[in-house]
Design a protein around this ligand. Structure first.
Ligand code: ARG
Length: 389
């Protein structure tokens, strides 16, 4: 029998996909990647078995997610179309790469995912698989199967005694991991409708936000956040703590219409408190320690990097080359940033670094001034020379 490793989320689609693949002659290994979505529960594992999975494999990928994906993206300053901090997009190449590893370990000849044919995630999964092992067959049941609605899927699940939890189903499509939550569908499909409060998963609504301002200090070493409020919590705790703190203030909510790779515009809301605060703090520290030319050049790299991530092009020569460039820029990005948390937003209120390029004696308007203002005239005359009338 042919063996397939299915990226299994525990939800309706992938539960039904197990049975569907079985009916097409595959032995199914259900693979669950834990990137912090809190769904790799005993119930989900039992559901996979009931649906007909020969085996369930759970991989805790959280640490790798942070070290190999989130920190490089943070150092690069990657944000898609100015707002999306890429939680979903960054998780896909890791989940798919580990899926290939599971396929090898299980001696499977195929991999499958539960993405639809309209989104970016199918691209990210399949490009990764092809880049790592193009001999694997790729199956996308949701793109192919006969069910025209959720109701038909539910009927199919009932018929095959797949235990599903229909009562709790929210009208939204939600993807979650430690770097953020992505929410679409339901009422959000009208881009002119304000996101209903119940579409938000983490962050508090305006009425419940912490009214008391708070300043936190984040310490970076070579571009990586290592310290928070005087402690050294380790990457997962640090992100968890910032998500919790930021959520109290409603920080990191984004409501945007974005351009999908497949050409569709879609409306999505995001919540990414930790990502928002860290990207803001990191960028601020860079403004203190990087010279103007490097800083400006790097802004272009940030955009390119975000596109590569969004487009599913993680395992490509350009992304690894950019990582090496970015790494070289982070040598001096060490120091502390103080961020004020307040209702709706966070704000950097102070920064310091042993590598600071800020010179008070040059910037000051006080008696400490060491800048020879007379030199400015010659500089400006030469600067203007090509344009002189
Ligand atoms: N639009 C985002 C992306 O392509 C998130 C996709 C998943 N979103 C969801 N709500 N299931 O990266």
């Amino acid at each position: 029998m042919k063996k397939v490793v299915l990226a299994y989320s525990g939800g309706l689609d992938t539960s039904v996909a197990i049975r569907w693949l079985k009916e097409r002659g595959y032995e199914v290994v259900a693979y669950m990647a834990d990137v912090g979505q809190e769904k790799t529960t005993a119930a989900a594992i039992a559901r996979a078995k009931k649906a007909g999975a020969a085996k369930v494999v759970v991989k805790d990928l959280k640490k790798r997610f942070v070290n190999e994906y989130l920190w490089p993206a943070l150092k690069a300053g990657a944000v898609y179309e100015g707002r999306y901090t890429l939680a979903t997009a960054l998780s896909r190449p890791l989940i798919a790469a580990e899926q290939v590893a599971v396929a090898h370990a299980e001696k499977a000849t195929a991999v499958a995912h539960g993405c639809t044919g309209k989104g970016n995630d199918q691209v990210r999964f399949e490009v990764t698989t092809q880049a790592l092992d193009s001999s694997l067959e790729i199956l996308a049941p949701v793109r192919e199967w006969e069910f025209k609605s959720r109701e038909e899927e539910i009927l199919y699940a009932r018929r095959h005694r797949i235990p599903i939890d229909v009562t709790k189903k929210s009208p939204f499509s939600i993807d979650k991991n430690i770097w953020g939550v992505s929410v679409e569908a339901g009422a959000l499909e009208d881009p002119n409708v304000e996101p209903p409060e119940e579409s938000f998963q983490w962050t508090r609504g305006a009425k419940d936000r912490n009214p008391k301002e708070r300043v936190i200090e984040i310490r970076f070493e070579k571009g990586v956040p290592v310290g928070l409020e005087g402690g050294r919590p380790g990457p997962l705790k640090l992100i968890g703590r910032l998500n919790a703190l930021g959520s109290e203030y409603g920080i990191g909510r984004m409501d945007m219409v974005e351009n999908r790779l497949v050409g569709i515009k879609s409306r999505e809301t995001y919540e990414a408190p930790a990502a928002t605060i860290l990207i803001q703090a990191h960028k601020d520290l860079e403004s203190l320690v990087l010279d103007r030319e490097l800083l400006h050049f790097k802004e272009g790299i940030a955009q390119k990097y975000a596109e590569l991530v969004y487009y599913g092009l993680w395992f490509t020569p350009l992304r690894s080359a950019l990582d090496r460039f970015v790494e070289a820029t982070q040598e001096k990005v060490s120091g502390s940033v103080r961020v004020k948390l307040r209702k709706y937003s966070s704000q950097v209120v102070g920064r310091k670094s042993p590598h600071s390029l800020y010179k008070e004696t040059l910037a000051t308007y006080s008696a400490k001034d060491r800048f020879d203002q007379r030199l400015a005239k010659g500089f400006i005359d030469l600067w203007a020379l090509p344009y002189k009338k």
